[in-house]
Design a binder for this molecule. Structure first.
Ligand SMILES: [Zn+2]
Length: 133
């Protein structure tokens, strides 16, 4: 976990909670050890810190994103991105099966904002895109 030196809400004991969450996710999906990536989290302190992230790191409208086992997110989208990172070696299923577990197993990326089907409709959800955010 990479944290800002002035992030007063970050503490080492969170690593134990994250390890427990990962074990629960991998256990739930019966992911073999060979497909369990090592996870690295670049924790953004707050919305302002996230807004100042380097361009191109994630999609412009993303509230967090994952590249393999490495996730970039502030705290409130962390759980969602953790599911993506945990399942990042399982393959590239259609978006419905990428976003479905991340939304279904955690609170919506932002409290009070349910994930919505894009204007492209269901076809986009069945597309095997590569973006995970
Ligand atoms: Zn997602």
């Amino acid at each position: 976990m990479h944290v800002r030196p002035d992030d007063e809400f970050a503490c080492p004991s969170q690593l134990d909670e994250i390890e427990a969450d990962l074990a629960a996710i991998w256990g739930y999906f019966e992911i073999p050890a060979t497909e369990r990536p090592s996870i690295e989290w670049y924790r953004f302190r707050d919305d302002a810190d996230w807004a100042a992230k380097p361009s191109g790191l994630c999609a412009d409208d993303a509230a967090g994103c994952v590249h393999g086992g490495t996730l970039y997110a502030p705290l409130d989208t962390f759980e969602h991105e953790l599911v993506h990172a945990a399942l990042s070696r399982v393959g590239s299923p259609p978006q419905l099966f990428v976003e479905g577990p991340a939304v279904g197993l955690t609170c919506s990326p932002r409290e009070g904002r349910l994930a919505t089907v894009s204007s492209d409709g269901w076809a986009a959800l069945l597309d095997t895109g590569t973006n995970q955010y």
